[in-house]
Design a protein around this ligand. Structure first.
Ligand code: GLA
Length: 394
């Protein structure tokens, strides 16, 4: 074989291998090709859940245009369950869910949405309701019969259990349940789930619980938006189609953040390719919160088909620069001002992986405005705790 033919053969084998990889199903269950989007009851309502509340959230998801913006799952978190019956079946709290879970799932489905539920890998949930330990296959069969499309699986009361095998057991139970169910692991990053959970579930929490604060420890436990963001910086390479890092559900609109901070929180989750699970009262959103949660240009960055998590390319005294490669060859960029004073933040083409001489079009995703063409770098004034979120397209 001539050298040329060897090179040509090697090139075609590489293309074939790439095509095979591309065609491979993203995860064992083939679900969540892009980060899941939806709503979860916990951040706003904690244990105060009922079928009326969940129906109201589902109605609002449609009415507010959230569904049109891409939100899909309505998830009841902890406290829907109360006991087990003599056969070991999980029993919903009949006072708050009088029509039962199947009727509620049917209602959510009738609106063109998907339905999610919560349990725990240990003996009890974090609110001391019955956990799933020892009932994995029975619970999974029940969820499938009810029409559950998404399971968030927590990690309280796990005593000596091993996380990878506990979650793998439930993944298997879901697999044989007969219904496709997105599997959301919630073991708070305790045993580095990014290293093993890609083959087990579709998303995994990377940290302890988010609190409705910008930064610093909350009153009892938990982390602010900035604390969580700082814990994501080394995890980007573990995310991909069907398996996502989950920096926790959104606090946008829950009252603890300013409007500016809410916008920054949402922008950062989007550049992280994070699951976008709204956690506010959808029925009582201000127009400003509505506009944040339904900003289609920002959501498009989160959901981009290249499925790459953004990277922090600069961590300055007061300002950070995050970059996410997009499928059309452009880059999404977040310029984040963490400081207390307004400042101008720049990004260079070198930080984006572009040659300095390249001319590129810059678009502001919050102003919905083309800002013109720039060469070599771009800078913008950014208020305290604000972001500039832009795309840069050669
Ligand atoms: C844990 C989880 C939270 C929430 C509560 C419910 O703290 O991390 O997201 O599900 O339990 O009790």
């Amino acid at each position: 074989m001539t050298l040329q033919r060897i090179i040509r053969r090697a090139a075609s084998l590489t293309i074939l291998a790439a095509a095979l990889l591309w065609a491979a199903p993203p995860t064992p269950n083939g679900l969540a090709p892009t980060p899941p989007m939806g709503w979860n009851s916990w951040n706003k309502f904690a244990c105060n859940v009922s079928e009326d509340l969940i129906k109201r959230a589902a109605d609002a998801m449609v009415k507010t245009g959230m569904k049109d913006a891409g939100y899909e799952f309505i998830v009841i978190d902890d406290c829907w369950q109360i006991s087990r019956d003599a056969q070991g079946n999980i029993v919903p709290d009949a006072k708050h869910f009088p029509a039962g879970i199947k009727a509620l799932a049917d209602y959510v489905h009738s609106l063109g949405l998907k339905f999610g539920i919560y349990s725990d890998a240990g003996t009890q949930t974090c609110q001391h309701r019955p956990g799933t330990r020892g009932y994995e296959y029975q619970d999974a069969r029940q969820y499938a019969a009810w029409g559950v499309d998404y399971l968030k699986f927590d990690w309280c009361s796990h005593t000596t259990q091993d996380a990878p095998s506990s979650y793998a057991l439930m993944a298997d139970a879901l697999k044989v349940s007969g219904r496709p169910i997105v599997f959301s692991l919630c073991e708070w990053g305790s045993s580095k789930p990014w290293l093993w959970a890609g083959e087990v579930g579709n998303l995994w929490r990377t940290t302890g619980d988010i609190q409705d604060i910008w930064a610093g420890k909350g009153k009892e436990y938990g982390l602010g938006v900035m604390d969580i963001v700082d814990l994501q910086v080394t995890l980007g390479s573990y995310a991909g189609p069907g398996h996502w890092n989950d920096p926790d559900m959104l606090e946008v609109g829950n009252g603890g953040l300013t409007e500016t901070e809410n916008r920054s929180h949402f922008s950062l989750w989007a550049i992280l390719a994070a699951p976008l699970m709204a956690g506010n009262d959808l029925d009582a959103m201000t127009p400003a919160i509505h506009d944040i949660l339904t900003n289609k240009e920002v959501i498009a960055v989160d959901q981009d088909a290249l499925c790459l998590e953004g990277r922090r390319v600069r961590h300055g005294e007061d300002g950070d620069v995050w970059v996410k490669e997009l499928s059309d060859g452009s880059r999404a960029v977040v310029l984040l001002n963490r400081g207390t004073a307004d400042q101008t933040i720049n990004v260079t083409w070198e930080e984006l992986g572009y040659p300095a001489h390249l001319e590129a079009a810059v678009r502001d995703l919050w102003a919905h405005k083309d800002l013109g063409k720039f060469t070599g770098s771009f800078s913008a004034p950014v208020a305290s705790h604000a972001v500039a979120m832009i795309t840069i397209k050669p």
